[in-house]
Design a protein around this ligand. Structure first.
Ligand code: ZN
Length: 66
């Protein structure tokens, strides 16, 4: 499913709670981050850092180029 998108965030939920986010970058799954403020993962392909920022009623998933 995610394979046709270069970058994809798959948000896993259970009973309405967000558990984790699986990150796809450069068209491959690079790993999973826990749903916690400040969690990040770096793509080994392009060195982009995918960063999760949790705030009081929303969250962001940002990208930072290394
Ligand atoms: Zn990448």
């Amino acid at each position: 499913m995610a394979q046709k998108y270069p970058v994809d965030y798959r948000v896993n939920t259970q009973n309405g709670q967000i558990l984790s986010v699986e990150v796809t970058c450069c068209q491959r799954r690079i790993g999973e981050i826990r749903f916690k403020d400040g969690q990040s993962i770096k793509c080994p392909g392009c060195a982009t850092v995918h960063l999760l920022r949790l705030q009081h009623n929303h969250f962001h998933i940002s990208q930072e180029k290394a």
